[in-house]
Design a protein around this ligand. Sequence first.
Ligand SMILES: Cc1ncc(COP(=O)(O)O)c(C=O)c1O
Length: 394
Amino acid sequence: MFEALPPAPTDKILALIELYRADPRPGKLDLGVGVYKDRDGRTPVMRAVREAEKRLLASQETKTYLGLVGDAAFNMAMIRLVFGENADTARIRAAQTPGGSGALRLCAELIKRSRPEATVWVSDPTWANHVPILRDTGLKVREYPYFDADTGTVRFEAMLEALAKAESGDAVLLHGCCHNPTGANLNEAQWTALAGLLADKRLLPFIDIAYQGFGEGLDADAAGLRIVAAKVPEMVAAASCSKNFAVYRDRVGAAMVMGTNGTQADAALGHMLAAARTLYSMPPDHGAAAVRIVLGDPALRADWEAELDETRNRMLSLRVKFAEALRQRSNSDRFDFIASHRGMFSRLGLTEAQVERLRNDHGVYMVGDSRINVAGLPEDRLDDLAKAIVAVLD
Ligand SMILES: Cc1ncc(COP(=O)(O)O)c(C=O)c1O
C-alpha cells in the first residue's frame, strides 16, 4: 500500500538542523532554528513556569479529560493577554489548543465551515507552515506583497492595493507582531489604515500572534491586533505560548474568535470545537495549566514579565550590535534595518548561493531565504560573523 507513496516534502528548517548536527567544525553557528536561545545557547525553562509546574504537581488530583475547550481560566487569561484588560469579553471566545499551530488550524477550520469558497490572503513571504495549514484545511490561498528585500521594510502601499482587490468575505492572515521570517512590522498608523480597509471591505482579520512580548512589550506587541479589534465586527486570532512562556514542547496556544455578539461568538466557538474533536479531540493540559497559574498569580506574573523583558532586551541589544558590526565591515548602511526590525527573526537579503557559501566556507547556518534567528547571534563573535557575511557578498 505505501510503496506508491512519493517521499513526503521535507521541512527546510528541520533539514537544516540535520546538516548542522552532522557538521564536525567546532566554530559552526546555527542561526536557523526558531527557538529563543540565551547567551549560553540554551533555551531554559522560565523561572515562573518552573514554579507554576511545582505547584501543579503538588496540587493536581486527577488527569481525567479536560474537555474540548480546555481550561476556562486559561482561555479567559489568554483573551485578556491578547485583546487587553478592556477586551469586549462578551463577544470574544477562546479554545485552548495544542500550540499556535493548533490554533491556526482551528481558525482555518472555522473559516472553511463559515465560507468554504473564501480565499485566505497571506503575506509574501510568511511563516513556512501557514500555507500548508490553510491548504490542508481546504482553503484557497493567495499572497499579498509584504516585504521589500532591498530596503528591509514593509511594502505597505502595495499590500493595501492588493487587499483592496480581495473579495468581501475573504480572510487576511496577519502577523500580530514580530513578522516571521522578515522581522519587518507595521507601525500604528499602518495598522489603523489597514483596520479601516478590513472593516470597509468586510474582510475577516485572521491574526497570528506567536511572539507577543518579543518585539516591543506585551501590550505594544498586541497594539495592532487591538486596533483591528476595535474597528471590525468579527475576527479570529491564533495565539501561541511556545515562545513567550518557552513551553515549546508542551504545546500551548489559544484559538480566539470575536463575533458581532455573544451568540454568534458561541456558535463560532462550537464549530471550532467540532473541528478539534476530529483533529485531536482535547488539548494537552500541562503547559496551559502552568501558563494559567503564572497569569493568575501577581508575583509569578511579575517574574514572568521580568524574564520576558530580559529576553526581549537581549535580542534588541544583539540587533543593535550586529547592525553596527555589519556597518563597519561592509562600510555601508545596507544592514541597518536589522536594528529597527523586531522579534526573533530578520532576513538579511542574501541570495541562496550566498547562504550556501556561508554554510560551506564559514560553518554559518541560516535558512535558504537568509532568515536569521537573532537570539542565536554569538555576542563575542559578531565581528567575525559580519566579516564572513561581507566576504560572501561579492
Ligand atoms: C509565525 C508563527 N506562527 C505560529 C507558530 C506556531 O508555533 P507553535 O505551534 O509551536 O506554538 C510559529 C512557530 O514558529 C510561528 O513562527
